[in-house]
Design a protein around this ligand. Structure first.
Ligand code: B12
Ligand code: SF4
Ligand code: SF4
Length: 321
């Protein structure tokens, strides 16, 4: 436990909300005992698939004090990225988080400014920001800091704005007042589990990345999507939003983001696999400049488009020739 006089967290929260973060909460920087045991269990089951980077730095992931010596507080931040746009009916689908500019770039700029202002305000203290940019468990901190709970689909849901939010943190040795963790509000619902076309949510709160379309189309580096999943891609070309689309908390509480950089690039809402087949490397680089889609690389997007074309001709989709 920390000792001495705590700093009023209101100042930090006000500054973060002025910078556009809709959700701000603060947790004690301590060891994530329960969550790191769950991470170990998740890894031991092989649910990280080929994301070997998830196996590294587990000690640092477990304790922010190993990232910043003397850390006292973790400021958890949430940024809404929801927009009301829809894919065209026949479009190959890109998930919402990738419709506009890459959040690592957009939020990285804001976080850098925020940390600079905090450092000026509290010259004797240190501040480190993360936004899926290092060995930090973004969702665990969001729950502990009270900004949302981890739903059965394993994404963080805010009671106020749902789950279409990016998460970030500032780790600091400033001793701030802490918030209470958020409690679970999934209840008996299992809409996400039932809607997942590949049964990737193997148990409530437990996701097997090997089966998740988001992994298969983004992080996966294999030359082909495994045949068993091809008929079930449900037109997803990059990422997947199904488990969040069906969540009652999003249906009721999602509200448009005020961040113009997250608005969809028009062409991302109406793409055909044929457009991808015909796309050159140069066109790919130009079209997806500053976009998260770059993560899967040219080869990955081509592979995904091939799988969608193959899937639309598979027997499961009614083509019994
Ligand atoms: C690896 C990763 C992935 C992997 C694995 C996903 C996963 N569930 O872990 C893949 C590639 C599949 C993925 C997909 C997506 N991701 Co991702 N991903 C991450 C990353 C880098 C690490 C997550 C992690 O630590 N996983 C390890 C396991 C152990 O954690 P977990 O599933 O969250 O498990 C927790 C609980 O479920 C629970 N738990 C685990 N096991 C058990 C067992 C029992 C019995 C119980 C009760 C509880 C329990 O405890 C765990 C620890 O708290 C984070 C960024 C970061 N640095 O944190 C982004 C992050 C989670 N991703 C994000 C996003 C946006 C997505 C996608 C929506 C993108 C898309 N549209 O395609 C999808 C969502 C898919 C889904 N249903 O989760 C956001 C989520 C924002 C939010 N509101 O929660 C994050 C936080 C990035 C960010 N900074 O904004 N992602
Ligand atoms: S992102 Fe898609 S494939 Fe992954 S768990 Fe959610 S619904 Fe299933
Ligand atoms: S769909 Fe239902 S079970 Fe799944 S995360 Fe949302 S509220 Fe929880």
């Amino acid at each position: 436990m920390s000792s001495g006089k705590k700093t009023d967290s209101g100042i930090v929260k006000r500054l973060a909300s002025e910078k556009g973060f809709e959700l701000v909460g603060i947790a004690e920087a301590c060891r994530l005992d329960e969550e790191s045991a769950q991470l170990t269990e998740w890894l031991s089951r092989g649910y990280q698939a080929s994301m070997q980077w998830m196996e590294r730095n587990t000690d640092r992931r477990a304790d922010p004090r190993s990232v910043l010596n003397g850390a006292k507080s973790v400021v958890s931040l949430g940024k809404n990225y929801y927009t009301q746009s829809q894919h065209a009916d026949t479009s190959a689908k890109i998930s919402k988080y990738a419709w506009g500019d890459d959040y690592h770039l957009v939020l990285g700029r804001v976080l850098k400014d925020l940390v600079a202002e905090l450092s000026e305000m509290f010259p004797g203290n240190n501040f480190l920001w993360y936004c899926d940019t290092g060995p930090v468990m973004d969702k665990a901190w969001a729950r502990r800091a009270g900004i949302g709970w981890i739903g059965k689909h394993t994404n963080v849901i805010s009671r106020r704005i749902g789950s279409w939010v990016f998460l970030a943190e500032i780790i600091t040795d400033l001793d701030l007042e802490y918030d209470l963790p958020e409690t679970d509000h999934c209840g008996s619902c299992r809409a996400c589990i039932d809607a997942c076309p590949t049964n990737a949510i193997v148990e409530p709160y437990l996701l097997d990345a090997n089966k998740c379309i988001s992994f298969l189309t983004i992080e996966n580096r294999d030359e082909a999507i495994p045949a068993e999943f091809v008929p079930n891609l449900d037109s997803w070309l990059f990422g997947c939003d199904i488990c969040q689309d069906v969540c009652p908390w999003n249906r009721k509480f999602a509200a448009p983001s005020g961040e113009p950089a997250f608005l969809p690039r028009e062409e991302n809402l109406n793409l055909k696999p044929q457009d991808i087949h015909l796309m050159t490397r140069e066109e790919f680089a130009g079209r997806f400049r500053r976009s998260p889609v770059k993560r899967t690389k040219y080869e990955g997007l081509q592979r995904n488009a091939r799988a969608l074309s193959a899937g639309s001709n598979s027997p499961e989709n009614g083509c019994h020739s």
